[in-house]
Design a protein around this ligand. Structure first.
Ligand SMILES: C[S@@+](CC[C@H](N)C(=O)[O-])C[C@H]1O[C@@H](n2cnc3c(N)ncnc32)[C@H](O)[C@@H]1O
Length: 202
């Protein structure tokens, strides 16, 4: 997809990334781990705001696009990238990130158990007091229940499989964290209906 549609999510930072940057700054954050960064519209925003960003995605093509843009705009010294599939453990030390961000990653083609495993890994690599901001499409989205049903609230529409979150899933992912906020918002022309969730590692 990224080869056929370079910079497919646009060059402007997403609304949740803008919000997260404010929160991360207020927390005194230095290093941000972004999972599922794609071509980096949000990683670039975090770097412009002065954070050190470790951006991961399983698309090497998307991360190439991110590095090229970072070099062009002079933020490459604040961004590192890693090709990584979140269905495997994060190759990062415990407590090595001050904050984590994942926009529309956890609602990709992941089963509930895999989503729990990813959040457990994020918790491990965050320092105590570290904040996770993630977003996920939810069961109020107009595509929920349409297309190919893969079970476990995963539906495939137009070649994309999405795991639509219900509130029980959000709450279960926040167990052992301090759940700070669940905020409903929309993105894009569909529009996609999402929740922005903030939770803090005790
Ligand atoms: C909906 S896109 C959002 C991209 C980016 N966060 C943004 O908002 O511009 C989801 C991203 O998750 C990545 N992704 C999907 N499944 C993944 C997995 N199992 N491991 C790592 N990345 C994955 C995709 O390559 C894609 O870049």
């Amino acid at each position: 997809m990224y080869e056929a549609n370079p910079h497919m999510y646009g060059d402007d930072a997403s609304a949740p990334a803008r919000h997260a940057a404010e929160r991360f700054a207020a927390d005194g954050t230095n290093a941000v781990l972004e999972l599922g960064s794609g071509h980096g519209r949000d990683a670039l925003h975090f770097a412009r705001r002065g954070f050190l960003v470790h951006a991961t995605d399983f698309s090497a093509t998307a991360l190439d696009q991110l590095r090229t843009r970072a070099r062009q705009e002079g933020t490459a010294d604040r961004i590192s990238t890693l090709v990584h599939d979140v269905r495997t453990p994060l190759p990062l030390p415990d407590g090595s990130a001050d904050a984590a961000f994942a926009h529309m990653l956890l609602c990709m083609a992941l089963f509930t158990e895999q989503i729990h495993d990813v959040v457990t890994e994020i918790r491990r690599v965050l320092r105590p007091g570290g904040r996770l901001v993630y977003t996920a499409r939810h069961t109020g989205d107009s595509h929920y229940g349409t297309g190919i049903d893969h079970g476990d609230d995963i539906h495939e529409h137009g070649g994309f499989a999405v795991h639509y979150f219900d509130r029980a899933l959000v709450d279960s992912l926040a167990r052992g964290w301090n759940l700070a906020e669940v905020h409903a918002f929309e993105e894009g022309g569909l529009p996609r209906k999402l929740w922005r969730v903030e939770q803090v590692k005790p």
